[in-house]
Design a protein around this ligand. Structure first.
Ligand SMILES: *Cc1c(COP(=O)(O)O)cnc(C)c1O
Length: 351
């Protein structure tokens, strides 16, 4: 094997603003009133990167973290203690239960079967998810009287809101069901609200809130606009600048043809990086605030822009990928969640 030289800097970079991330957690913690805000850090902290996000959130004051899969646990435990972490998908097998007990990370028990798996492994402190109306994951309210549930050592009793980002009757219905269930299950703490649920008001906060999206700059409800700051700004390098003559086309399937001579730049980002094809038509990249219209199809590793407006743009320069989440969600048809969590592995992630 030849000597490995240092890897050169990536031509794709996720600029992460740790102050904005910390300020967002603090704002959500404040809005949670007497409850404290935890942090959903599943899916690599929504694409931001656990190794960036978790230390920042800890320093800001967050103490309770949530991931979905057991595979996500080790990365979080490099920064947080096992007692601070819960796994939302719970334990579906003896192997998962054994792992949970060995490392001391709590499962969120979601069904009678999971409760039985947990007891069979020896049990211990756990969380419990009750399904109050999303009908996705969780024990139904009428099953909480089952002996397998009653025998659990429940730390946090949770439920999850289906439509907290909308003003619908389901929110109050879920709240009422959750209050009922809380009467019937022994627990140390109660947790209902996600990011949008926090903005529904103090009734929804209980002891612990579980924001995800809005930590990372997503505006889950209009009340959070002006409170939540943008955290992530992707940048990509220009890898070629060229001049097209009239009649030449650009990209796969030649969907764009130059009507007149045109200056174009090829940028090192594509759909493999989460910059999906729907970001192309009508979209722009930015150089020093100047909009560079995307032309032709977004391909796997490259996107071409019209750079006539920036004669100084050179190969090697970084351009900005617009990432104001509510705006880009509106223009692309993707959700703010999808925009964050599809950010690819090729970005270097640093402040
Ligand atoms: C993902 C998730 C959250 C965080 O939700 P956001 O809408 O991103 O704030 C909270 N609770 C549960 C159970 C989740 O799965």
């Amino acid at each position: 094997m030849p000597n490995m030289a240092d890897l050169p800097p990536a031509t794709l970079h996720l600029r992460i603003d740790p102050e904005a991330l910390a300020a967002n957690w603090q704002a959500l913690n404040r809005l949670s009133g007497t409850a404290s805000a935890g942090a959903a850090v599943k899916a690599d902290a929504y694409g931001v990167g656990v190794s960036q996000a978790v230390p920042t959130l800890l320093a800001a004051g967050a103490r309770d973290f949530f991931v979905a899969h057991w595979s996500e646990v080790p990365a979080v435990l490099r920064h947080a203690s096992p007692l601070q972490l819960s796994v939302l998908h719970g334990v579906t097998s003896a192997a998962e239960a054994a792992y949970s007990r060995a490392i001391g990370v709590r499962p969120v028990i979601n069904s009678l079967h999971q409760a039985q798996v947990w007891h069979a492994a020896g049990g211990g402190p756990c969380d419990l998810m009750v399904d109050t109306g999303i009908n996705r994951l969780g024990v139904t309210p009428d099953a909480v009287g089952d002996p397998a549930i009653a025998a659990l050592d429940v730390q946090v009793l949770l439920s999850h809101l289906a439509s907290a980002d909308e003003d619908v009757a389901l929110n109050a219905r879920q709240l009422a069901r959750f209050r009922d269930v809380a009467q019937n299950v022994a627990h140390k703490a109660l947790s209902l609200a996600n990011s949008a649920g926090i903005a529904l008001g103090s009734d929804y906060a209980f002891d612990l809130t579980r924001p995800g999206l809005s930590l990372y700059g997503g505006i889950a409800r209009p009340e959070l606009a002006g409170v939540i700051r943008q955290v992530v700004v992707p940048h990509a390098a220009v890898i070629q600048r060229r001049r097209l003559t009239a009649g030449e086309s650009v990209g796969y399937n030649a969907t764009f043809t130059a009507r007149c001579p045109l200056e174009v730049a090829t940028v090192s980002i594509g759909y493999a990086d989460g910059f999906l094809r729907c970001r192309g038509p009508g979209g722009v990249l930015l150089h020093k605030g100047i909009a560079l219209p995307i032309i032709g199809r977004v391909s796997m590793d490259m996107t071409v822009v019209d750079c006539s407006a920036t004669p100084d743009l050179r190969e090697g320069d970084l351009v900005e990928i617009p990432f104001n989440l509510p705006e880009v969600a509106q223009s692309s048809g993707l959700s703010q969640y999808e925009l964050l969590t599809t950010l690819g592995k090729r970005f270097s992630r640093a402040t």
